[in-house]
Design a protein around this ligand. Structure first.
Ligand SMILES: C[S@@+](CC[C@H](N)C(=O)[O-])C[C@H]1O[C@@H](n2cnc3c(N)ncnc32)[C@H](O)[C@@H]1O
Length: 327
């Protein structure tokens, strides 16, 4: 590929505009081959126009137009997962609807035939107070601490298995499994719990659609799936962030949490499946895919972020197959 910045044995990072690259056929080799498209789009701007960020209706149309382009690359049972934060009206304590409207326009684009499989909330208890003016100065709003994550697909039954993302049992469940005794009977909620309910050890419990990224309470265990613990628990204290700080490189301001990326990669793909991020930035998606034994493809418009993302692959276990192209 012409604009290749670097590759590993499992993936490649391409510099360019993902919309144009799909439209001009540069990514045709990947048609109907991608199992998961995972991304957070550049944010819409409601004030100043910046490179890569569009305004209002122009943004909505741009995001919506991407849906049929992306589905062209997707396998029949593939998934698209989009992470989108909340936006606020400029200078007002009012939430903007543009990002959600744009996401609905993407989902509803008739040329793409997508449906919403499930909405997830990605909750980050240690998110810095924002929007700062209304939260910390005027004290009239609470901290905006979650992002919307929408899982969509071309079919009602995309590849998915929640047994791949079991979370560790709670302490009380572990005790219950040990005691092998349960307070059975009818509950006020009208559910009837049989004597044997809850006594089978399934090696973990089923994930909820709220991903809590960090521990809120030191006394309480953080219950993310086991594999996600092979990634550093906080985005600000991993190999990549530490290296960026050591080298005085200003870190990409809108990275996707590794826990979020790895959760969806494990849940919706199997080893060797192909994962694509069209707005790759620091390549959180490719990095998590690489570690989880999936193949990956990343596209990013800004070379500075492309170069920064190479740092992720300087992690001792990942450098072996890394090849950087001089461009
Ligand atoms: C929200 S960030 C994604 C960050 C990424 N998920 C990560 O973890 O680092 C969006 C990225 O999209 C890039 N971008 C904007 N327009 C683009 C386009 N048309 N094609 C490819 N990348 C684009 C921006 O430069 C930015 O790095």
């Amino acid at each position: 590929m012409k604009n290749l910045l670097y590759k590993t044995s499992r993936g490649q990072y391409i510099l360019g505009d993902s919309q144009k690259l799909i439209e001009n056929g540069s990514l045709d080799d990947f048609k109907n081959k991608v199992q998961l498209i995972l991304f957070s789009p550049p944010f819409p701007l409601n004030a100043k126009k910046k490179y890569g960020n569009k305004l209002g209706d122009e943004y909505k149309k741009w995001l919506s137009d991407l849906a049929p382009l992306f589905t062209k690359l997707l396998k029949k049972d593939g998934s698209i997962v989009v992470e989108l934060g909340n936006a606020w009206e400029h200078g007002r304590p009012v939430q903007a609807l543009l990002s959600l409207e744009s996401l609905i326009a993407f989902l509803n684009n008739p040329k793409a035939d997508l449906r919403l499989c499930q909405e997830f909330i990605c909750y980050n208890p240690s998110r810095l107070p924002s929007p700062a003016q209304w939260v910390t100065v005027n004290r009239i709003r609470t901290i905006d601490s979650y992002t919307h994550v929408w899982w969509m697909s071309k079919s009602d039954y995309p590849k998915a298995d929640n047994r791949r993302v079991l979370r560790p049992y709670s302490k009380s469940m572990l005790q219950l499994l040990k005691r092998k005794k349960y307070n059975s009977g009818r509950r006020p909620s009208e559910h009837t719990i049989s004597e044997k309910s809850f006594l089978t050890d399934n090696k973990g419990s089923i994930m909820h659609n709220v991903l809590e990224l960090e521990q809120m309470d030191q006394e309480r265990d953080l219950r993310l799936p086991q594999n996600m613990f092979s990634f550093a628990n906080t985005n600000s204290n991993d190999f990549f962030s530490n290296e960026c700080r050591r080298k005085n490189i200003p870190i990409h301001p809108a990275r996707m949490p590794t826990a979020l990326a790895s959760f969806f990669i494990e849940f919706l793909t199997e080893p060797d499946d192909l994962v694509f991020d069209p707005f790759a930035g620091t390549n959180t998606t490719g990095y998590c895919a690489e570690k989880l034994g999936r193949r990956w493809l990343a596209v990013e418009i800004d070379k500075k972020y492309g170069k920064q993302s190479i740092i992720r692959f300087k992690e001792p276990k990942l450098t072996k197959t890394l090849t950087i192209k001089k461009i």
